[in-house]
Design a protein around this ligand. Sequence first.
Ligand code: GYE
Length: 330
Amino acid sequence: MLNKNAAKKIISAFLSLMTIAVMTAGCQKSNEEQNNEELLIGFSQIGSESAWRIGNTKDIEEQAQNYGVDLMLENANQKQENQIAAIRRFIAYKVDVIAFSPIVEDGWDNVLTEAKDAGIPVILVDRDISTDKEDLTTCLIGADFYKEGVMAGEYLIRKADALGLDHVNIVEITGTENSTPMRQRQAGFADAIANDDRMTILESIDGDFLTSRGAECMRYLLETYGDDIDVVYSHNDEMTLGALPEIEKAGFAPGKDIIIISIDGGQEAIDVLKEGKINCVVECTPKLGKELMETAIKLKAGEQVDPLIHPIEQVFSDEMNPEDIAPRGY
Ligand code: GYE
C-alpha cells in the first residue's frame, strides 16, 4: 500500500500532467493556423465609402485572424495614388502576396510590373483592372457585376409587367467612373432592357458610390426631368439612401410614385426595402475574405489557383416577403 506522501506526489504529478495537457490543448492551433504563420499578405483597400466597403474590410481582417495569416492593411481613402504607394511599400517589405481592390480599372501597369519583377503574386479583390500586359495578376475574387446589372434589369421588366406600364423612364445613378462595378452594372442593366421597347434611360449620371453625391445627382435629375421619372436605378445602397430624401422633398413617394432599384444589400437598405421605399436590392456580398485567404495560401505553396472566383448572389425585392430576409451583417 502506498503511504500518504507517495500518494500525494503521484496525484500532484498527475495533476501537473493534466494541466500541461489542458494548456497545450488550449493553445493548440488548427492545422490551417499552424501552416499559415509565415504568410504575410499586403492588402490595399479602396477606402471606407460604403457599408459594403466597411463590411469587406472587417471580413478580410476576421478571416486573416481565422486562418492565422498576417495582414498588412492599408486604406487608400479613395485615391489611386495612395493604392500605388501602398503596393510599392508591400514590395519593399517583401510580403508573400499582394492583394488590392483597384478603385478604377486603368493605370496599374507600372506598379504591377514592379511586383511581378519582385516575384510577388498579386490577387485582385472585388474589382478588376484593364491592361494589355500579361500575367500582372494571378486571379480575381469578386462579384459578377454584369450579372447584378442583368438581375436589376430583369426585375424592372417583371415590375413593369406587374404594373401594366407601357412606358418606363429610367434615371441611372452610377458608381465611380471607370470602376469595374460601374462599367459592368451599367452594361448588364442596359443589355437586359435593350429589347424592351417600353424602357428609356433618360440619363446616367456619376454618383461615385457616395451618399452625398447620390443626393446631389437626385436633386439635379428631379429638377431636370421632374415627374417624368418612373425609375431610379442606383449602383449602390449609399447613393440610393442619399437620393430617397430628395425624392420625398420633391413631393414623390419612393417605392410607389418612383420605382427604386439598388445594389449591395446592406442592412440599412434592406430595412428601407421593408418600409416599402425601395422596391429591389440586388445583393453584392462583401464577404470575400475566406476565398482571399485560401487563395493566398495556395499561391504561397506554389499551387495553381482559379483565375476567377464569383460569389453566389441573389435579389431582394417587393416580390418576396421582406420579413424573410435574414440579418445581413453589413
Ligand atoms: O457596390 C459599393 C462600393 O466594388 C462592389 O464599391 C464594390 C462597390 C459596392 O463602395 O458600395
